[in-house]
Design a protein. Structure first.
Length: 293
């Protein structure tokens, strides 16, 4: 049972904020709302670390998992790029699954104008998110529907339908930093629901951890650290996908096309020509899936 808002969401907001402090020529993503959406204690930590040399802060974060900070920056950038591309290509609905402190509905508000936008998240986390959005914007945006759903227990489709979701429209779904905290049955169920209940041309982008990092075949301090945090936030890592099997995994859930973005591919896309010496974790990857055209 969870009684606190997502601690993972807080940590990710802090890392996205840290990225905005980099020189513009080295910045991979720019979530300028991350600091404003973060909790008071996350903002305090951000202020307290500002006087420290950036190299020291970077070193301390790398101790929690080599290349994880880099992966999160690349992941955020790829999700941003994909959202902008899909909006430009004509999606009619945008569903953010496990929204946490995701700020895309607000950062891309102009591009999303006229398109139904749904933020789906655990009820406890969503209550806190709405309070922070209200503080930042002096109220909740009228064109965003907040859908409280515990993916482990609630019916995702019924909750979306009650909020005004139309399963016949072309829709973009994002699932960022969430899949690994769902058990495999729940993850399959959610992806199958998305594939079966969205219009032609709909798509999903999500990230995942390699199964070998979960079952111990490869060692990663990041996974140990993430599991350590469960004692505060009850968010253990529950599932992973075998390297090279994510595309088949998506097809078995009902998607007709899928494309995996490995750590090396993400490095080549975002780091190679900009920050070639920046580490990229080899424990995580991203998948883009499309349903029927």
């Amino acid at each position: 049972m969870r009684y606190l808002p997502s601690g993972t969401a807080e940590g990710l907001a802090y890392l996205r904020y840290r990225e905005t402090l980099r020189p513009p020529e080295e910045m991979i993503c720019n979530d300028y709302l991350a600091y404003h959406f973060a909790s008071w204690w996350t903002r305090m930590a951000a202020v307290m670390t500002q006087p420290l040399p950036n190299s020291l802060v970077e070193w301390s974060m790398e101790l929690q998992g080599w290349g994880v900070v880099g992966f999160i920056a690349a992941r955020t950038r790829m999700f941003d790029d994909f959202v902008e591309q899909q909006v430009s290509d004509g999606i009619q609905q945008f569903v953010i699954l496990g929204a946490g402190l995701d700020s895309r509905a607000y950062r891309f508000a102009k591009q999303l104008r006229g398109k139904k936008t749904f933020e789906v998240d655990h009820p406890i986390t969503q209550i806190e998110k709405k309070a922070r959005v209200t503080t930042v914007f002096k109220g909740l945006p009228y064109d965003i529907r907040y859908v409280p759903v515990d993916l482990m227990r609630d019916d995702l489709l019924m909750s979306l339908l009650k909020a005004g979701y139309n399963p016949t429209l072309r829709t973009l779904f994002t699932l960022e930093g969430v899949a690994m905290y769902l058990d495999e049955v729940t993850l399959r169920k959610a992806l199958t629901c998305v594939a079966a209940n969205s219009g032609p041309g709909s798509s999903l982008i999500f990230d995942y951890v390699y199964l070998a990092a979960i079952d111990g075949r490869i060692w990663g301090r990041a996974i140990q650290h993430m599991n350590f945090l469960q004692y505060w936030f009850d968010e253990p890592v529950l599932s992973g996908i075998e390297a090279g099997e994510a595309e088949n995994f998506a097809r078995r859930c009902g998607f007709v096309q899928a494309e995996e973005f490995t750590p090396q591919r993400l490095y080549d896309m975002y780091f190679k020509t900009v920050v070639p010496n920046r580490p990229m974790s080899d424990l995580f990857a991203v998948l883009v899936a499309h349903n029927r055209q």
